[in-house]
Design a protein around this ligand. Structure first.
Ligand SMILES: Cc1cc2nc3c(=O)[nH]c(=O)nc-3n(C[C@H](O)[C@H](O)[C@H](O)COP(=O)(O)OP(=O)(O)OC[C@H]3O[C@@H](n4cnc5c(N)ncnc54)[C@H](O)[C@@H]3O)c2cc1C
Length: 505
């Protein structure tokens, strides 16, 4: 059997499915193939205000009925109570020391709470990806896209003369041929198109080198369930970061009792086996003391992860990744394009992945449906942009790991992410179609150069913590409109995001 379509999208995670939904809505013939089958486990769950602004923009720009409610906790709960997510009012960070229960002081030297939204209604969310990805894939199918699951691309040839791909796909539903104009790779770490477009890894330049182990659990006990008046939210309603000497542990609480728990180790300083060592931190051990793993790892096609049953987890089925940071040589070429997570990923520390993916969907959709004479030039621009964005995310993340084991250095350096995200969100409120300084400000040369200098300072062990923090405070000043690193706030920040209602209300 042979099918002729405009686009073959490889990967039906939220980004491939969203692109399929948009193109289907524009009348394109679309086939989406996925090696896995919905509903399936996927990692990458902590969303951000940046992602919410992009979702709202995509919903509006492409008339994607039913997408906009996902941009806020309040509208999500009112519209899709059955679609699992978690309430995420901001980012919370807690420093734990081996053998000691968590302790803080008056100035909150061992914790940082950064509120994003002003209240629960406008809150961000954690996405239970098995729910969200399946929801978006169903919408793509409803617009006419074909979804072929448990299937992979086995061969693909591009004919420069006809400007068409001839692709063979094979899987549970058999083998068949697809002829298409566009091969769009949304396979994340699956590298589904790499062999067909000669696109090897190009990642030696990346300074972030981490790996993760993770799973989903029930009965994870609360840690900070009472709202903190100075920050206006409870530390459990957040992307919760438990900071350790050589890495950190995330906890993302969903509204169905499931908590996503993972550890990320810095490969430059890690001793290995961080998951097993969680027991050395009494407050984390207490939270996990009654935890039972949820059997939810099925259906994942792998890529970034490999199932390591009983490996590092000492008996539980964890997914353990290799080095997380990765990048391909090119993001696009004649007849093909990669979505951001297929091109590269840095690390989960600042939850940049979902927003980056959505920004790629927005750009690829505009390019493919725009002026055909401009497509090649615009794809070349997209390629340059993605490289600059990954470099910038790498800087913002690498500096935090270089700061370990100092909590105050790490949280000071994290300010670069906050000023970048807040600046980009403000630009989106002004005009969601124009990003004059690029995604997360990566075209703002002054911002990038200042952060690079700051990274060099973080790596300079002759600078004491208070000197380093003062230096970061000075450097972020031109972009710091929310009082980051102001000692009078004592590590508690309220409502840092541009008002969502300006775009979503
Ligand atoms: C450990 C870890 C934690 C992360 N945490 C966060 C976070 O908290 N917040 C955040 O914003 N981002 C996070 N990220 C990044 C986030 O996971 C990605 O940005 C996001 O998953 C990208 O979505 P996607 O739909 O593009 O790709 P994916 O979610 O990777 O989906 C790829 C799809 O392609 C399919 N596929 C794979 N290979 C093939 C193949 N050969 N043929 C056909 N189909 C294939 C898969 O089955 C899957 O459906 C994290 C990443 C890692 C590694």
């Amino acid at each position: 059997m042979r099918r002729v379509v405009d686009a073959l999208i490889v990967g039906s995670g939220f980004s491939g499915s969203l692109l399929g939904w948009i193109l289907g809505r524009q009348g394109w013939g679309v086939t989406i193939v996925d090696a896995g089958r919905h509903p399936k486990f996927a990692i990458g769950e902590s969303s951000t205000p940046t992602a919410d602004f992009l979702l709202a923009h995509l919903a509006d720009r492409w008339s994607l009925t039913g997408l906009a409610p996902l941009a806020c906790w309040g509208s999500w709960q009112a519209t899709y109570p059955e679609l699992v997510c978690g309430k995420k009012r901001g980012f919370s960070y807690y420093r734990h020391f081996s053998g000691q229960p968590f302790r803080d002081d008056e100035s909150h030297s061992n914790s940082l709470l950064v509120a994003a939204s002003c209240d629960d209604r406008w809150s961000d969310t954690h996405w239970l990806r098995s729910s969200v990805d399946a929801f978006i894939a169903r919408r793509a199918v409803a617009t006419g896209a074909e979804l072929v699951e448990s299937t992979r691309v086995t061969e693909a040839f591009y004919d420069d003369v006809t400007e068409r791909w001839r692709v063979t796909i094979a899987g549970l539903e058999g083998r068949r041929e697809i002829v298409c104009r566009w091969l769009l790779d949304a396979s994340g770490g699956g590298a589904a198109s790499a062999a067909f477009v000669d696109n090897p890894p190009d990642e030696d330049w990346m300074r972030t080198r981490t790996r993760a182990s993770y799973a989903h659990f029930r009965n994870v006990k609360p840690f900070a369930s009472e709202p903190c008046p100075e920050a206006s939210f409870a530390g459990d309603d957040a992307a919760q970061h438990h900071i350790l000497d050589d890495g950190w542990c995330w906890m993302l609480r969903m509204n169905n009792g499931v908590t996503s728990v993972g550890v990320v180790e810095d490969l430059f300083r890690g001793k290995g086996g961080l998951w097993r060592r969680l027991g050395d931190f009494p407050s984390i051990a207490e939270m996990l003391s009654a935890a039972e793993q949820v059997a939810s790892l099925a259906g994942s096609a792998g890529g970034d992860s490999r199932l390591d049953i009983g490996g590092d987890g000492g008996g539980v089925g964890l997914i353990t990744t290799g080095r997380i940071s990765r990048c391909r040589r090119t993001a696009a070429g004649a007849g093909w394009a990669l979505l951001p997570a297929a091109y590269g990923v840095v690390d989960p520390l600042h939850s940049t992945g979902i927003a980056h993916s959505l920004s790629g969907v927005a750009r690829v959709a505009e390019i493919l449906t725009g002026d055909t004479n401009q497509i090649a030039a615009r794809l070349a621009g997209y390629d340059r942009e993605l490289r600059a964005e990954l470099r910038w995310i790498d800087t913002m993340v690498a500096g935090c790991y270089r700061s370990l084991p100092s909590f105050s250095r790490l949280t000071a350096f994290a300010s670069w992410y906050f000023v970048a995200a807040i600046g980009f969100e403000s630009a989106m409120v002004a005009d969601p179609t124009r990003w004059p300084l690029g995604f997360l400000g990566c075209q703002d040369q002054e911002l990038i150069e200042s952060a690079e200098r700051s990274l060099a300072e973080v790596c300079d062990s002759s600078l004491g913590d208070s000197e380093l923090i003062a230096a970061v405070r000075r450097r972020i000043e031109p972009w710091n409109h929310v009082g980051l690193l102001d000692p009078t706030h004592r590590n508690r920040l309220r409502h840092t995001t541009a008002p969502k209602y300006a775009l979503l209300g």
